[in-house]
Design a protein around this ligand. Structure first.
Ligand SMILES: *Cc1c(COP(=O)(O)O)cnc(C)c1O
Length: 381
């Protein structure tokens, strides 16, 4: 399509008519937020704020250059060591965002002639990473590990020297369900393929001590050799990392263009992540309260006959089907002071627009009870 100024206008009007136009809004700070990924309630924690202020005074607001130039500082180095220890990996490498971490790790591991197996409901950044890598992309049915085993078997039989990789979200960002990691790890091992797990929504939340989806399944570095984590969700800060063996990290330092050709994350941001890591580790009550809130929400929805999907994580989608229905329900909730964003195509497949409820340790029982009451009204067919 030729995008003349008139064509842009028509395209936007078409999005509007289909209930698919996106708009940026300032979130009202008096409303109760059930959409942010601040699962442990850390974004406004005084220890994070103090860490930012102290690091800014010491190191400045910006890092001034890429990590490989002069941008790498003591807060980055300390955070990388602490993250590696936290997830039980040899090393960890910081990236400025999860989006960039995914582009960096996938394009460093596979290229033209290689094969990439990706869950159909993976995060957009993993899909973009796949395209950028130029590997042969096979998207498999959501969570279908049997399909992965079959596909990997046939690829291995055809190409003996090409690399292959399985990439998956740990917790699916719009659905809240968890990838079948033990089965994927077994297939990867059998066929000597990489397994890349993006645990943006599991880290800090899942597992007995918040180490994420890998901990929930008892999987370590040998099972999941490339682990991606983000710091802007449960950690309440910003940034991301890849963790794995020393050689993997050295390879990323040398090959990952989204690591090499970009300004390092500011040190105050790394300092905030370090403060968050301590709280995630020490204050298990946050995770317990979050799990309690999830159970409370699901119980209340069952009583109100609000249909939910199988999810034991803070991400609890309420499927509504059409984009306009989801949008109307979201607006109705906002009018009562509750932020629950409508998630529409192309973020989710056609016909599966939804309200994505994200629970947090910040929420009180009363907030959740009231939300469910409003949801029951707003989602009536
Ligand atoms: C949020 C998210 C990302 C992107 O992380 P950012 O740090 O926000 O760029 C990547 N993967 C998944 C699964 C996510 O949910």
């Amino acid at each position: 399509m030729q995008r003349t100024p008139e064509a842009l206008g028509a395209e936007l009007a078409a999005l509007d008519a289909a209930g698919l136009r996106r708009e940026v809004r300032i979130a009202p700070d008096t409303a109760i937020d059930f959409s942010s990924n601040d699962y442990l309630g850390l974004t406004k924690h005084p220890q994070l704020i103090d860490a930012v202020a102290a690091a800014a005074r010491r190191y400045g607001a910006g890092s001034g250059a890429a990590h490989l130039v002069t941008g790498h500082g003591p807060e980055h180095a300390a955070l990388e060591a602490e993250l590696a220890a936290f997830v039980g990996r040899e090393r960890a490498l910081l990236f400025s965002t999860g989006y960039m971490a995914n582009l960096g790790v996938v394009t460093s591991l596979v290229g033209r002639g290689d094969t990439l197996l990706a869950d159909k409901l993976n995060h957009a950044s993993l899909n973009d990473a796949a395209l950028l890598s130029r590997a042969d992309l096979r998207r498999y049915t959501h969570r279908d590990h049997q399909a992965v085993a079959t596909l990997l078997g046939s690829v291995a039989a055809r190409k003996d020297r090409a690399a292959s990789a399985i990439v998956t979200d740990g917790v699916f960002s719009m659905d809240g369900d968890v990838a079948p990691l033990p089965e994927l790890a077994a297939s990867a091992r059998t066929h000597r393929a990489w397994l890349v797990v993006d645990d943006a929504h599991g880290l800090g939340v899942l597992g007995a001590t918040g180490r994420g989806a890998c901990e929930q399944f008892g999987l370590g570095q040998n099972d999941v050799p490339a682990l991606v984590g983000t710091l802007g969700k449960a950690f309440g800060s910003f940034g991301a990392f890849v963790a794995g063996e020393r050689d993997l990290i050295d390879c990323l330092i040398n090959k990952a263009r989204t690591y090499i050709y970009t300004t390092a994350l500011p040190q105050p941001v790394a300092a905030a992540s370090r403060a968050a890591l301590k709280l995630v580790d020490r204050e298990s009550w946050r995770r317990e309260k979050l799990m309690h809130n999830i159970a409370l929400f699901r119980g209340a929805c069952a009583r109100e006959r609000i249909p939910l999907v199988e999810s034991s994580t803070p991400i609890q989608p309420v499927l509504l089907g059409s984009a306009s229905r989801a949008l109307a329900a979201s607006e109705a909730l906002l009018a009562h002071g509750f932020i629950v964003k409508a998630i529409r195509p192309p973020t989710v497949p056609q016909g599966s627009a939804r309200l994505r409820v994200a629970l947090s340790a910040r929420h009180d029982a009363a907030d959740i009870v009231k939300l469910v009451e409003l949801l029951a009204e707003a989602t009536q067919p």
